[in-house]
Write a protein that binds this ligand. Structure first.
Ligand code: AHR
Length: 500
């Protein structure tokens, strides 16, 4: 394979939003309990949070974290998670057939996030609950003092408001699996009225309306149109959820997932524009891809789900603990490329999730924590895809993208921050290296760093990082040379690389 990428650093397209590198912690499985929080762990701090996990989170670098769900939030009573821990009730979580002990709630999680400089993105329950409880939670969180709710927060230990800016109006309300699932019209109305009330209480907040749960939902498109017509004047973002997996060995389609995400985002952007024209609105509504990842969801739905729902109500069951391979990490890299490429329309994005549950970080109760393969593309992109995306044209042959048709063999996005050009590039070919020429850079160009994630020596595309071999897969140096103002680099087959 050969490819030529012509970069035009003088043509900035859009600033890369820092919120593009968000994550998600749901009260699900072991994401919270024995994930971020485990008071009996040898590394636990005074608040019971694991310092080994926190160190990996700091290294990963998420900028914003969505909390507390997910499907969980649609049955959650936020009041259960505040006040003295000893008085908090244990409840059934019908979304994940689990027992919620409420040891961690708003105060604990907000404190954990703020200590790490991570913005909190709070979801409200529009499943079993409605406007009143959403407004109460906002007043409790953001109002300074002098009301029953704000003073209750102060009595509970937070003298200063949490100052939460981004609020999700429910979760996946289009999905029949959702507690309190609604039609688009029903959801559009409740989202509009809840959002209006919330903005009267705190006009500084930003609201995310729930869009479609995936691009294959039968209601996709009509759902967005209805919600935007009803609530477009009050919301600031509309969500997209997008999970990808390799099904029945169809690796060609899987490796083309970035193309599918491109199309999904473009479709939602077109619908936003269409409704703006229809309603005469000039407001810029962002796309919040507030759940995205590789998730072996078919296996969960067909194999794991029935035993879970027929079994006991465990407090911290092992759920959705997908172990990620090299192939999965390359796909995550290409999904990141897609999000960055859409910096003009995607206002934020949340890798779902952070620890243990379909997560870049794994931890064992009482044991170690380690980086999954997918940790690396996220960490590098969050650290280095800064500044603006710049124009780049790509000449490369096509490869079979399975059900996505012919797709370019490599996929790239380029950012410019001060003097540093960063090229994030996926080679989708399973067996061919790609000889890539990067042109259009100043003649005095230097390569600051070049690294790739690919199949390690002695491994194969299924190799993953495990408790026994936590460092099997990682970023390795890539040889890149400068010749007459162009950069020449060979991308290994099945790889995601970053050059600066
Ligand atoms: O992230 C796991 C689940 O995926 C979330 O709870 C839900 O919103 C989505 O279906």
């Amino acid at each position: 394979l050969t490819a030529r990428i012509h970069i035009d650093p003088s043509h900035a397209i859009a600033e890369v939003p820092r919120r593009l590198f968000g994550s998600f912690v749901e009260h699900l499985g072991r994401a919270v309990y024995t994930g971020v929080y485990e008071p009996s762990h040898p590394t636990a701090d005074a608040g019971g949070f694991r310092q080994d996990v926190a160190a990996l989170v700091a290294e990963l670098g998420p900028t914003i974290v969505r909390y507390p769900g997910g499907n969980f939030v649609s049955g959650y009573r936020w009041e259960d998670g505040v006040g003295p821990v000893a008085d908090r009730p244990t409840r059934l979580d019908a979304a994940w057939h689990s027992r919620e002990t409420n040891e961690v709630g708003l105060h604990e999680f907000a404190g954990w996030a703020s200590a790490r400089g991570i913005e909190l993105m709070q979801a409200v329950n529009l499943g079993t609950r409605g406007m009143a409880e959403a407004a109460d939670l906002l007043e409790y969180s953001n109002h300074p003092s002098g009301t029953e709710l704000s003073d209750r927060r102060r009595r509970n230990g937070a003298d200063q408001p949490f100052g939460i800016t981004v609020w999700c109006l429910g979760n996946e309300m289009d999905g029949p699996w959702q507690i309190g699932h609604r039609t688009a019209a029903e959801y559009g109305r409740i989202a509009a009225e809840t959002g209006r009330l919330m903005k009267w209480i705190d006009p500084s907040i930003e609201l995310v309306a729930a869009g479609s749960s995936n691009a294959d939902m039968p209601t996709f498109g009509d759902w967005e149109r209805t919600v935007l017509r009803e609530a477009g004047d009050v919301i600031d973002h509309i969500s997209v959820h997008a999970y990808y997996e390799e099904v029945d060995g169809d690796v060609a389609s899987f490796l083309a997932s970035g193309v599918a995400l491109d199309a999904y985002i473009d479709d939602v952007a077109r619908i936003i524009d269409e409704i703006a024209v229809e309603t005469g609105s000039t407001k810029k509504i962002g796309i919040a891809v507030d759940e995205w990842n590789v998730w072996y969801q078919t296996r969960f739905n067909e194999v794991d789900k029935a035993p879970l729902f027929e079994g006991p109500w465990d407090a911290r069951p092992r759920l959705l603990e997908d172990e990620y391979s090299v192939t999965d990490a390359v796909v995550v890299g290409s999904l990141l490329n897609s999000l960055i490429r859409h910096s003009d329309r995607v206002s934020m994005a949340n890798l779902a999730q952070l620890v243990n549950v379909i997560a870049p970080i794994r931890s064992e109760p009482g044991g170690p924590a380690w980086r999954q393969t997918t940790f690396f593309p996220f960490q590098r992109a969050a650290a280095f895809a800064r500044g603006s995306i710049v124009a780049a044209s790509l000449e490369v042959e096509a490869v079979d993208g399975g059900r996505h048709g012919e797709v370019p063999a490599i996929d790239c996005v380029v950012t410019l921050d001060e003097q540093v050009v960063t090229v994030l590039v996926t080679n989708r070919s399973l067996d061919e290296a790609a000889e890539v020429t990067l042109a259009g850079l100043p003649t005095a160009v230097e390569v600051v760093s070049a690294e790739t994630l690919t199949v390690p020596e002695g491994g194969d595309r299924h190799t993953s990082n495990t408790e026994a071999a936590p460092d099997a897969v990682g970023m390795v140096p890539l040889a890149a040379r400068v010749d007459g103002g162009v950069v020449l680099v060979t991308l290994p087959p099945l790889s995601w690389s970053i050059l600066r």
